[in-house]
Ligand binder design. Structure first.
Ligand SMILES: NC(=O)c1ccc[n+]([C@@H]2O[C@H](COP(=O)([O-])OP(=O)(O)OC[C@H]3O[C@@H](n4cnc5c(N)ncnc54)[C@H](OP(=O)(O)O)[C@@H]3O)[C@@H](O)[C@H]2O)c1
Length: 264
């Protein structure tokens, strides 16, 4: 049975870049723990491993045994634009070993496969995943992706959790996938809870604010809509089947907004 705190902090985005100092990331992680967050998510593709390094160092300094960590496999990043998919058994094992080294952990609680296609969810991968679990590399298995990838993961029947967008602008088919996960006993970790439209542009107040601007310049999908992050978190937490809701932030005031409003 997967148990996560209702709110999780994603160490992602600008935390994998020099726009946010490692000290700032650490302070936010510490403040999140002080505010009751016990679940942290990251990935090897976030800042080409830098987010995993920062999370690992922060957790080591905190020295707590009650923190749950997830990382992902299947997608890695190389520099600002380079992303590589590899869901072969060898690729997944290499990715997991790299993640554990950067996180300085013997195992993570939750390993999440990123966007696997049906032909990749094969017996060879399942056997490799079983061996990794047996060796203590992870406890629970999850899948993430968009659209059909989430249904393929449910079809496979391998996964304890589905990490999926949960926001007020979902289409009927996306809602049906979430209902299917819930009725099949697969816990939902909610992401993009504020919606899939990019945040409103604002003048940068700190170096970290350059990150969303740069993403915008790279040309994002306009998306369907957006609500405030605390509002989105609160709505997602109330959805049946959701076992945790993820947010990320580079700002202490946003962290407190998210913690207080979503726990109220
Ligand atoms: N599996 C996947 O494919 C996938 C995809 C996306 C995300 N994720 C996971 O989900 C986590 C959350 O990602 P998300 O896309 O859902 O992001 P989000 O929490 O909606 O955050 C998006 C942006 O909103 C801003 N923000 C946060 N709190 C705010 C507040 N109270 N008021 C105003 N602005 C606020 C943040 O900027 P500031 O720094 O300015 O606060 C942040 O850059 C990620 O860290 C990652 O762990 C996974």
């Amino acid at each position: 049975m997967v148990e996560l705190s209702p709110l999780g902090f994603g160490v992602s985005g600008a935390h994998g870049t020099p726009l946010v100092s490692p000290m700032r990331t650490r302070n936010l992680i510490n403040a999140a723990v002080a505010g009751g967050v016990r679940y942290f998510d990251t990935a090897p593709s976030y800042g080409a491993g830098e987010c995993e390094r920062r999370l690992g160092q922060s957790l080591k300094q905190l020295g707590r045994s009650d923190i749950v960590v997830s990382t992902k496999a299947g997608l890695s990043s190389h520099g600002i634009a380079g992303r590589r998919r590899d869901l072969s058994p060898e690729g997944v094992e290499k990715s997991v070993r790299g993640s554990l080294g950067r996180l300085e952990l013997e195992g993570v609680d939750l390993l999440i496969l990123h966007g696997a296609a049906p032909h990749e969810l094969n017996v060879a991968l399942l056997e490799r995943l079983r061996a990794l679990k047996q060796a203590g590399a992870y406890r629970w298995l999850g899948a993430t992706g968009r659209g059909a990838a989430l249904d393929w993961a449910l079809d496979a029947g391998w996964f304890d959790v589905l990490m999926a967008p949960v926001h007020p602008f979902l289409r009927t088919g996306e809602e049906a996938t979430l209902d299917r996960a819930r009725s099949g006993g697969c816990g939902i970790i909610a992401i993009e809870t504020a919606g899939d439209a990019p945040p409103a542009l604002r003048s940068p107040r700190s170096l970290a604010d350059i990150y969303p601007l740069a993403k915008r310049v790279r040309g994002l999908d306009p998306g369907r809509g957006r609500v405030g992050v605390p509002d989105g978190l609160r709505q997602a937490m109330g959805r049946p089947g959701v076992i945790s809701t993820l947010f990320t932030t580079t700002r202490a005031d946003h962290l407190q907004d998210n913690l207080s409003q979503s726990l109220s």
